[in-house]
Design a protein around this ligand. Structure first.
Ligand SMILES: Cc1cc2nc3c(=O)[nH]c(=O)nc-3n(C[C@H](O)[C@H](O)[C@H](O)COP(=O)(O)O)c2cc1C
Length: 192
């Protein structure tokens, strides 16, 4: 089982990063091979809506997206982690998502398989926001569900933490850190 973690926080050592690393630690201890990508270290253009992908489902903009896409498609399961920025994912995360329109085109317009013969995969979403509103994660959950779907991934589980703002504040939430570890373990043990 290869699990890819994708960190969309621009902040080094930030709250979502802490939770993501904990989830990956849990997955690794349960026997998975894990890898983490930091989108802040990647150079990924926004989608330019030129639809070069309508040829064969491959995005024609050449930048770090191609390498990230290859890893996303090669993994058996994904864990996406992004802080809440204006009730959705961070800009780093959204740029990656929009470039995955090429996979949506591949699946739904060109009717091609993303990875021929492979069953749908599982994906988890980890997020943190400063406020505590009931609907804080309402929009982002829908966004992530359909982003995952374009990659042939089902949104399998979420870990959504309210009331965390300053860097490191997540360490005051021991239960959520434990929940992240458990999420990684459960994902690694999932079959099919
Ligand atoms: C540009 C920006 C927009 C934000 N928008 C929201 C928001 O809409 N709702 C919220 O609860 N917190 C918002 N926050 C706070 C972050 O979600 C919070 O600080 C979080 O802990 C950051 O996680 P990180 O350390 O993983 O980057 C925003 C922060 C920034 C920098």
């Amino acid at each position: 089982m290869r699990i890819l973690g994708i960190c969309g926080s621009p902040r080094k050592g930030g709250n979502t990063e802490v939770l993501l690393k904990e989830a990956l630690r849990g997955a690794e201890e349960a026997g998975a091979k894990v890898e983490v990508l930091f989108l802040r270290d990647k150079s990924i253009s926004p989608c330019l809506e030129i639809y070069g992908c309508k040829e064969d489902g491959r995005c024609v903009i050449e930048d770090d997206f191609q390498g990230v896409a290859e890893k996303m498609i090669g993994a058996d399961a994904l864990i996406l982690a992004s802080p809440i920025f204006f009730y959705t994912v961070s800009a780093h995360t959204k740029m990656l998502m929009d470039r995955c329109q090429s996979f949506w085109v591949k699946r739904y317009l060109l009717k091609m398989e993303i990875a021929p013969g492979r069953p749908r995969r599982k994906g988890a979403f980890i997020s943190v926001g400063a406020t505590r509103g009931k609907r804080l994660f309402a929009g982002v959950t829908l966004t992530v569900r359909y982003f995952f779907d374009a990659l042939d991934v089902d949104l399998w589980d979420t870990l959504l933490v309210r009331g965390v703002d300053e860097k490191g504040e997540i360490f005051d939430h021991r239960e959520e850190i434990q929940a992240a570890y458990e999420l990684g373990r459960r994902l690694a043990r999932e079959e099919g």
